[in-house]
Design a protein around this ligand. Structure first.
Ligand SMILES: C[S@@+](CC[C@H](N)C(=O)[O-])C[C@H]1O[C@@H](n2cnc3c(N)ncnc32)[C@H](O)[C@@H]1O
Length: 222
């Protein structure tokens, strides 16, 4: 039998590695319990189970609340909150892009806007909110410091809205990529709430550095 020359060997090994990578990727996708559950239960995103977990633990939502959902697309949190607050409540979802899936109840309003730009004037007409949620996330670059800085910038923008439009006694839930600067922001916000908790939900992907900060009992603007 003739021996394969070095080039052929490299190519054969390369293809084997590609197959391997695909298998791992496919398996991860297949194994993604929360994505499958979201599809089965009619939610547009697996992130809904993060909010569900927080709600179960802290009893966050009840009928008639007015909720502002920042970074709402594709709409999982919006739909969850709408189901919880019911027809006498209101959920305002804001995102750079409109959620692709329709099927929101009539007490949901959607705004397409960039929160890094001046705050859309419509929000002021609807204030105050009982709840401000922010699941906003930047497009990740793979460069840790850049992604952390962008995530922090979104949190600061979300806080600017919260400070103005959250009613006293309301709660705030926001996502941030962990970093020393994010820790600093969390420390600065703590005095504005009666209680602040740091959360890492089960539905967060293994490799993610995201954490959630829940501020309960907003004390109002200083
Ligand atoms: C993880 S997704 C939110 C998922 C959503 N909570 C759900 O359950 O379907 C993050 C969203 O943040 C939005 N986002 C990022 N930067 C934003 C900005 N500057 N203004 C508004 N939305 C932004 C993105 O467009 C994206 O849809």
């Amino acid at each position: 039998m003739t021996q394969p020359i070095a080039g052929e060997l490299v190519s054969v090994l390369g293809n084997k590695l590609k197959d391997c990578a695909l298998t791992i990727k496919d398996r991860r996708r297949l194994d993604d319990h929360y994505s499958r559950l979201a599809r089965k239960e009619g939610y547009p995103a697996r992130s809904v189970y993060k909010l569900g977990e927080f709600d179960q633990k802290y009893k966050l939502f009840r009928p008639e609340l007015k909720v502002l959902d920042l970074g709402c697309a594709p709409g999982g949190w919006t739909l969850y909150a709408a189901q919880k607050v019911g027809p006498r409540g209101l959920v305002v979802g804001l995102d750079l892009k409109a959620p692709s899936q329709g099927g929101f109840p009539p007490w949901v309003r959607l705004l397409v806007a960039d929160l890094l730009e001046p705050i859309p004037s419509q929000l002021s007409d609807m204030k105050p909110f009982d709840v401000v949620l922010s699941d906003m996330a930047p497009k990740t670059t793979g460069r840790r410091e850049v992604d952390q800085a962008r995530s922090l910038e979104l949190c600061q923008a979300a806080w600017a809205v919260t400070e103005q439009y959250l009613r006293a006694g309301g709660f705030y839930l926001f996502k941030v990529f962990e970093s020393p600067e994010a820790d600093e922001l969390v420390k600065q916000l703590a005095p504005f709430f009666s209680r602040q908790v740091r959360l890492k939900p089960k539905a967060t992907r293994g490799q993610s550095t995201e954490i959630f900060i829940l501020g309960l009992g907003f004390k109002g603007r200083s």
